[in-house]
Design a protein around this ligand. Structure first.
Ligand code: HEC
Ligand code: HEC
Length: 497
C-alpha cells in the first residue's frame, strides 16, 4: 500500500482522535506495506494478506475465572436475576439480558416497567469493553449496573430501596465480602407509602431533560443552527440545548433531602451492589465460534484450505476477505470483540416519531458527571485487601485515564455511538442502537448505500461510503458475520466444570 493510500485509510480515524484504533490499524497496515513494498508485489498470497487481520481478531484469551472473586461473582449472579429490585417485582436484569439470547431480549427496543427507546446490547464478553451504554455514559461495568435500576422505564426502582432489600435479604453475603454494612433503618419512612418517590438523581434528571429538549426541539433546521453555533463557539451542543431550555437547574429530589451521612451510606451500598453485578458479568463469555476455530487452525497451519471446515467454508472466507479489505468493516470492527471501543457517527437517518439523539456528546458529559464514575469516592475506599484488584480495575482503568483528556466539544461525537461487538449476532437481532434493522441483510443494505441517507444529526464518519456490493457479496458478508457465534457460557458453577 502506498503512503498516500495509507493516509487516506488512516486519516478519518486519526482526525476522529481515536488513538487506540489508529495504533491497531496502523500496525496492520504497516505489515501490508512491508510486504507490498517487497520486489514481487504480485506474489503476496492470500494467506499473507489475511494473517494480520486474523491475528488481531483472536478471541479474548484469558481463562474466564482467573482474577474473578468467586463469592462476589456468585452474589452478583443472584442480584442479576432477582426481581425484587424492581417497582413491580417482575423485572430483573435478565428480563432484557436473557442468557438464551446471548443476554439480549430479541426486541427492537427493550421494555421493563415501560417501553424504552433503545435496543439491549449483548453482555457476551462485556467485561472486556471500555465504555458502557450505546453512548458510553458509564466508565465501568459497576457504574453501568446502577443505571437501569433507577431508570423509570427499566427497573423503576431507587438506591434507597436497593439498600433496604440488600439489608433484608443479602446482609450476610455483603458483610462476608465488604465488612459491616452501614445502618439503613432511619430512612424507612421517606420511601415507603406512596409508591416510588421522585428518586431521580442528577444524572437522570439531565438525561431525561436532555431527551425532552431534543423531542421538543423537533425542528431539524433549528437544531442544525444550534449545532453550527456550538461548533463555532466550541461549546458542547448538549450544554447549549440544556441552557436554551433552562435545564441547568436541577430540582431537589427526595434523596437530596436526606442528611449527607445517610446519603453516603446508601450510595456506598449501592456502589457495592454494582460491583457485585459487574463481577458476575465477568463470567459471561463464549466458546470458540466457527470463525475462531478457523482462525486458530490457520494461525497454526498458515494454510487456508486446511483451516476451513463444515461451518466455515468458502462463503464465510470470502465474506471475511470483504470485511477486512474492500468493505472496510475492520477499520472500526477490530480487536477480540470486533469493536474498536470507540464512537462513530455512521449516519443513520432520523426515523419518524423518534427523538434526536446526540449520542456520545451527551454520553461523555453524563459519564463525567456520574457520582459513581471511576473518580467516585465510593470506589476509592477499599474495605478489604483482597478486594484491591477489583477496585483498581475501576479507578486505574485505561478508560478512567482516557476520560480525563477526552474533549466534550469534539464535533465527531455528535450523533456517534459505540462500535458494538459483532460476536453472536445470530442471537442478538434486531440491530443498531434503536433496533431499526431486523436482520443482517438490512444492516448490510445500509452499509452498501449510506450516502442515500442524510444523517439524523452531526456528520457521517468519512469511512462510511457507498460500497456497491453485489447480492452475492452481501450474502458472503452475512455468512461470515453469522460464523462469529460461539456457545454462551456464564456463571461461576458452569465455568468451574
Ligand atoms: C428494560 C430492559 C433492561 C433491563 C431491565 C436492564 N437492561 Fe441493561 N440495557 C438495556 C438497554 C436498552 C441498554 C442500552 C441502553 C443505552 O445504551 O442507552 C442496556 C445496556 C446495558 C449494558 C451496556 C452494554 C454495552 O455494550 O455497553 C450492560 C452491561 C447492561 N445493560 C447490564 C444490565 C444490568 C446489570 C441490569 C440489571 C441491573 C440491566 N442491564 C437491566 C436494557 C435493559
Ligand atoms: C466508522 C466505523 C464503522 C465501520 C467502517 C463499520 N461499522 Fe458497523 N458499526 C459501527 C457503529 C458505530 C455501529 C453502531 C451504530 C448504531 O447503533 O447506531 C455499528 C453497528 C454495526 C452492526 C450492528 C450490530 C448490533 O449489534 O446492533 C453491524 C452488524 C455492523 N456494524 C457491521 C458492520 C459491517 C459488516 C461493516 C462493513 C460493511 C461495518 N459494520 C462497518 C461502526 C462502524
Amino acid at each position: 500500500m502506498s503512503d498516500r493510500l495509507k493516509k487516506i485509510y488512516l486519516l478519518p480515524i486519526a482526525t476522529a482522535g481515536l488513538f487506540a484504533s489508529y495504533f491497531l490499524v496502523d500496525l496492520a497496515v504497516n505489515k501490508f506495506s512491508e510486504r507490498n513494498s517487497a520486489p514481487s508485489t504480485q506474489s503476496v498470497s492470500k494467506e499473507d494478506l489475511l494473517a494480520p487481520y486474523l491475528e488481531n481478531l483472536r478471541m479474548p484469551q484469558d481463562k474466564p475465572l482467573s482474577n474473578i472473586h468467586l463469592p462476589l461473582a456468585n452474589l452478583g449472579q443472584q442480584l442479576f436475576f432477582d426481581v425484587r429490585f424492581s417497582k413491580n417485582e417482575q423485572i430483573s436484569c435478565a428480563t432484557c439480558h436473557s442468557p438464551e439470547k446471548s443476554f439480549t431480549d430479541g426486541k427492537s427496543k427493550s421494555a421493563g416497567i415501560a417501553q424504552t427507546d433503545k435496543n439491549a446490547p449483548t453482555l457476551i464478553f462485556v467485561a472486556q469493553q471500555k465504555w458502557f451504554f450505546h453512548n458510553g455514559r458509564a466508565d465501568s461495568l459497576a457504574a453501568q449496573a446502577l443505571g437501569p435500576i433507577e431508570n423509570d422505564k427499566e427497573h423503576g426502582f431507587n438506591r434507597v430501596r436497593v439498600a433496604k432489600i440488600v439489608d433484608k435479604y443479602y446482609r450476610l453475603n455483603f458483610e462476608q465480602i465488604f465488612g459491616a454494612l452501614p445502618p439503613v433503618e432511619g430512612i424507612q419512612d421517606i420511601y415507603e407509602g406512596q409508591g416510588i418517590p421522585s428518586q431521580k438523581e442528577p444524572i437522570q434528571v439531565s438525561e431525561a431533560v436532555g431527551a425532552f429538549a431534543l423531542a421538543t426541539l423537533g425542528d431539524k433546521t433549528q437544531l442544525k443552527s444550534l449545532l453550527a453555533k456550538a461548533q463555532r463557539e466550541r461549546t458542547q451542543p448538549a450544554h447549549l440545548l440544556m441552557a436554551q431550555f433552562g435545564l441547568a437547574v436541577q430540582g431537589q429530589t427526595e434523596f437530596d433531602r436526606l442528611s449527607p451521612p445517610v446519603q453516603d451510606s446508601i450510595n456506598q451500598i449501592f456502589a457495592w451492589f454494582g460491583l457485585a453485578i459487574a463481577e458476575f458479568e465477568k463470567t459471561i463469555v463464549t466458546e470458540a465460534s466457527p470463525f475462531d476455530q478457523f482462525a486458530t487452525n490457520f494461525l497454526q497451519s498458515r494454510q487456508l484450505s486446511q483451516s476451513m471446515g463444515r461451518q466455515f467454508g468458502m462463503r464465510e472466507l470470502s465474506g471475511f476477505e470483504l470485511f477486512a479489505t474492500k468493505a472496510q468493516c475492520f477499520q472500526c470492527h477490530h480487536g477480540p470483540l470486533f469493536s474498536d471501543q470507540q464512537f462513530h457517527n455512521i449516519g443513520l437517518p432520523q426515523l419518524e416519531n423518534s427523538t434526536l439523539d446526540l449520542g456520545r456528546s451527551v454520553g461523555l458529559i453524563l459519564s463525567k458527571k456520574n457520582v459513581f464514575n471511576c473518580k467516585s469516592s465510593y470506589f476509592q475506599h477499599v474495605p478489604s485487601k483482597i478486594l484491591i484488584p477489583i477496585f483498581e480495575q475501576i479507578t486505574q482503568s485505561e478508560t478512567c485515564k482516557e476520560s480525563e483528556f477526552l474533549d466534550e466539544n469534539e464535533s465527531d461525537f455528535v450523533g456517534a455511538f459505540k462500535t458494538p461487538t459483532l460476536r453472536n449476532l445470530p442471537d442478538t437481532a434486531p440491530y443498531f442502537h434503536d433496533g431499526r434493522a431486523t436482520d443482517l441483510l438490512q444492516v448490510l443494505d445500509f452499509y452498501d448505500q449510506p450516502e442515500a441517507f442524510e444523517p439524523s444529526v452531526g456528520h457521517r464518519a468519512p469511512l462510511i461510503k457507498n460500497l456497491n456490493l453485489s447480492d452475492s457479496e452481501k450474502a458472503d458478508l452475512v455468512a461470515f458475520l453469522k460464523s462469529i457465534r460461539g456457545q454462551p457460557r456464564w456463571g461461576v458453577d458452569e465455568l468451574n466444570q
